[in-house]
Structure formats: structure tokens, C-alpha cells
Design a protein around this ligand. Structure first.
Ligand code: SF4
Length: 278
């Protein structure tokens, strides 16, 4: 079996602090992940979060020279040292570089500097036309000027923001994401994302106490996203891949493929590509 596959996501296989390769079904191949939250700190605390020892907070200061060294190491391994044929299944291609860590990546104060370092490295390896740059984010910092300008800076290659919205109902957001958000704030953050980047909504659907997301919840989600139908690039629906690492009293469960597909079909009333990943 290949060391890396869509079912083997162990980031610890390769001993690096910030940068790790994974084979991602949603990215469609090899993804080089950048983890800026090495202290496992996030400003949200989603009940399904798979990060062990998650704490509330911000990332610690980033060791930029080390991050850069790791980035060049991996780009060299992938492009010059047959990493793909040694560690992945035949046909796997290098697809993206994704800010996707153990917490919210845009909370790092060095975020925009790191974006420009990555773009420079991608250019050095002449990978601009092959790779997409992605942020996998809860969207809460998308109005931040430095995040905006950092992401706007990417002009020479494809980019995408994968923007988390699990629900648009206040009480559900409070329960699932454990934040006191407002729909107005979500809208502002989403609009900020759309102003600098193609944006895909990523939605984790779970059963809480044995109950599927309600009709009311799905209808409110559709109504909200209807406002952005012409600007969004798509919707990714998924459910739990691994058990939650959070200390919760609620019973949560993954949806079956059939349940996820049924919700995806409802959401397809929107004029957007909707993909359901289990
Ligand atoms: S936003 Fe992401 S990293 Fe943060 S708690 Fe939720 S699932 Fe975990």
C-alpha cells in the first residue's frame, strides 16, 4: 500500500514542523499542507474537530526560515526525487499547496508574508500553471486587511478559499462551532473572501443526538447561499472522517453516503456545483 493515500492522512509520517504532504480526495491528488497552528490553537472549537488537544487561541510565532527550508525540501522531493512514485498510488498528481493546519491559518500574523514566500517558491520550481493555492478556513479573518492583501497578492497562479459554513442558524453555530457568530458577520467575511478569490463553501454535516440536520436548517442555508450563487465556485459537503477529538457530552455521528447525497440533492436547487465527500 502507498505510504500516503486518501485514507492515510497521518501527518506525522514525515517529520517536519510546518509542511506535510497528504493525498486529498477533495484536492484531487497530492496536497502540500502548511500548518501554521503548531500549537493546536483555533479561535473556534467545532464539536467534530479532529485536532487532539485543541485549545482556543492564536498560532505561536512562526519560524519563517524553518518554514521556508521545509517548503523547498518538499518541492525538491516532489519535483526532483520521485516522491510521488515512492509514496503515492500510480497516477497521483501534485495538485495544490493548502494552508490547512491544526487551527485557523489566517490567524497567523505572518500569514501574508508566508503567502508571498510560497508564491516565490512555486515560481522557482515553475509550478505556477500546475498548482492551486488554497486556504482552508473558517472565514473569520477574511475581512482582515493583511489577509486580504496577502491573498490578493496571488495573481500568477490559481487560488481558492475553502470557506467553512456548517449552518446559518445562530443556535446551531453556537452548538457546532462553539462561537457566538452572527449571520451578518458570516456574510461580511464571505463577501471579503469573494472580493479577492474564487471561493468554495465547505460544510461539515453531522448527526447530533441521532438527528440529521433539520429541514429548517438546510432551507436557511440554501436561502443564505442563494444570495451568492453567481459568485461562488461551488459547495463541498462532507461528514466526519474520523472521530472527534473534542471532549464533548453530545453524541455526534457521521452521515451515511446516502444521507449526505440526499442533502446534496436538496442543495442542488442552487445553481452551483455541489460535491458530497464521504
Ligand atoms: S475551525 Fe477547523 S480547526 Fe478550528 S475548531 Fe473548527 S474544525 Fe477545528
Amino acid at each position: 500500500m502507498a505510504t500516503l493515500s486518501t485514507i492515510n492522512h497521518d501527518r506525522k509520517i514525515f517529520d517536519k514542523k510546518y509542511i506535510y504532504p497528504v493525498v486529498s480526495r477533495r484536492a484531487g491528488g497530492l496536497s502540500l499542507g502548511i500548518n501554521l497552528n503548531t500549537n493546536n490553537a483555533c479561535n473556534w472549537q467545532c464539536i467534530y474537530c479532529e485536532i487532539p488537544n485543541l485549545t482556543r487561541g492564536k498560532p505561536e510565532a512562526i519560524d519563517i526560515p524553518l518554514l521556508k527550508k521545509e517548503l523547498y525540501f518538499w518541492l525538491e522531493e516532489i519535483t526532483q526525487n520521485n516522491f510521488l512514485s515512492k509514496h503515492t498510488n500510480p497516477g497521483t498528481a501534485f495538485k495544490d499547496i493548502a494552508f490547512s493546519g491544526n487551527g485557523e491559518p489566517t490567524a497567523a500574523k505572518e500569514f501574508s508574508d508566508i503567502v508571498s514566500i510560497v508564491v516565490e517558491a512555486v515560481k522557482d520550481y515553475k509550478l505556477e500553471s500546475q498548482l492551486t493555492m488554497r486556504i482552508i478556513t473558517n472565514g473569520s479573518n477574511m475581512c482582515d486587511k493583511s489577509v486580504q492583501s496577502g491573498w490578493d497578492f496571488i495573481q500568477s497562479m490559481k487560488k481558492e478559499v475553502w470557506f467553512k459554513i456548517d449552518s446559518v442558524i445562530h443556535d446551531e453555530v453556537k452548538l457546532i462551532n462553539q462561537i457566538n457568530g452572527s449571520l451578518g458577520m458570516t456574510a461580511k467575511n464571505l463577501e471579503a473572501s469573494l472580493s479577492v478569490s474564487p471561493t468554495i463553501i465547505q460544510t461539515c454535516l453531522i448527526k447530533v443526538g441521532g438527528k440529521l440536520p433539520s429541514k429548517k436548517s438546510i432551507n436557511a442555508y440554501i436561502d443564505f447561499l442563494k444570495n451568492y450563487e453567481d459568485q461562488l465556485s461551488g459547495i463541498h459537503l462532507y461528514s466526519l472522517a474520523r472521530p472527534s477529538e473534542q471532549n464533548i457530552t453530545l453524541e455526534i455521528e457521521r452521515l451515511t453516503q446516502i444521507e449526505l447525497n440526499q442533502i446534496a440533492d436538496k442543495i442542488r436547487v442552487l445553481n452551483l456545483p455541489v460535491h458530497a465527500f464521504i
